[in-house]
Design a protein around this ligand. Structure first.
Ligand code: AMP
Ligand code: ZN
Ligand code: FE
Ligand code: FE
Length: 290
């Protein structure tokens, strides 16, 4: 059984449509994937439809989910960004619907502002055209601006755009306005879903939380931690696995696939079936589709 519980489609900042994502997962021989677009469930219907249609030869299970942008105390006196993977929640839950809509609107105005700053400094990006290309109400993100910089010939890859301009220490970076992490856990739990802290020790992305913070989140209802993630080195994985054992947290492994916006392959990291079963057992908000 090969299970990948963290992927992105064109509903957020991936490059495969939800239908293509399902096809790519089948092609890669996966048995289950979760669709976890940033701050939206807009891709669920198309992905569910593709799974139901894919028939016997392409049998695959789909775990509906999302990746929520949150802020969290880091345990060292600062507030930092963390990502919370939310699975199998009720997509119509009012509190979640409203908060995700707010985040998407903020993401769009922030992306627009980043693009305007670059245009003002002479970079070949057209902020209005960039925003017009995004599907209505979608969560714009830095990879969209990175693509525009590639098209304008400024950089050769998304990674280069992040390294030179868009990373959290880059001169065109603007922060997002995120959800307090405890509130996110609470909303997902109330919507019948389960939460997993995404790439908790991905130090290349910026500061990370201490083990004490993860313990507090576990008390608050966090169900699991993403251990096997491309941005975790072997010592980070070992530390997280040990911590998950102490705190009785579910451990997952996933690629965080973004299509051609990253060099990671789908299914590059996987989750064991028992972990998915434990996750699903906690959830009443929506169902795994097959
Ligand atoms: P944003 O959501 O706008 O803050 O942009 C961050 C998103 O860009 C995350 O989903 C990352 O997975 C994605 N991303 C793609 N390439 C990179 C990179 N080289 N460094 C950091 N984030 C990246
Ligand atoms: Zn992303
Ligand atoms: Fe993330
Ligand atoms: Fe992600």
């Amino acid at each position: 059984m090969r299970i990948d519980l963290h992927t992105h489609s064109t509903a957020s900042d991936g490059t495969d449509t939800p239908e293509e994502l399902v096809a790519v997962a089948v092609e890669a021989g996966l048995d289950a994937i979760a669709l976890t677009d940033h701050d939206t469930t807009a891709g669920w219907a198309a992905a569910q439809h593709a799974v139901r249609r894919s028939g016997r030869a392409g049998r695959i299970r789909l775990v509906p989910g999302a990746e929520l942008s949150c802020h969290c105390p880091d345990g060292r006196g600062n507030s930092i960004t963390v990502h919370v993977l939310a699975y199998l929640f009720d997509p119509l839950s009012q509190a979640l619907v409203e908060e995700q809509a707010r985040l998407r609107a903020r993401r769009r105005s922030r992306l627009h502002a980043m693009a305007r700053r670059m245009a003002e400094d002479g970079f070949p990006v057209d902020p209005e055209a960039l925003m017009a290309q995004l599907p209505a109400d979608s969560p714009g993100g830095r990879p969209h601006l990175a693509r525009a910089l590639i098209n304008g010939g400024t950089v050769a890859s998304v990674d280069e755009a992040f390294a030179r301009y868009l990373g959290s220490d880059g001169s065109y970076y603007l922060p997002r306005t995120d959800t307090p992490v405890r509130r996110a856990i609470e909303m997902v739990t109330e919507a019948g879903g389960a939460t997993v802290l995404a790439h908790p020790l991905a130090t290349t992305r910026g500061p990370t939380v201490t083990a004490d913070v993860i313990a507090e989140l576990a008390e608050y209802g966090l169900a699991g931690v993403e251990v096997d993630h491309p941005d975790h080195d072997a010592p980070a994985r070992a530390r997280l696995r040990a911590l998950a054992g102490e705190l009785d947290l579910i451990t997952t492994g996933s690629s965080d696939y973004h299509g051609s916006n990253k060099t990671i392959r789908i299914g590059q990291e996987t989750t064991d079936p028992e972990s998915l079963e434990r996750l699903a057992q906690r959830c009443t908000g929506s169902e795994i589709i097959e």
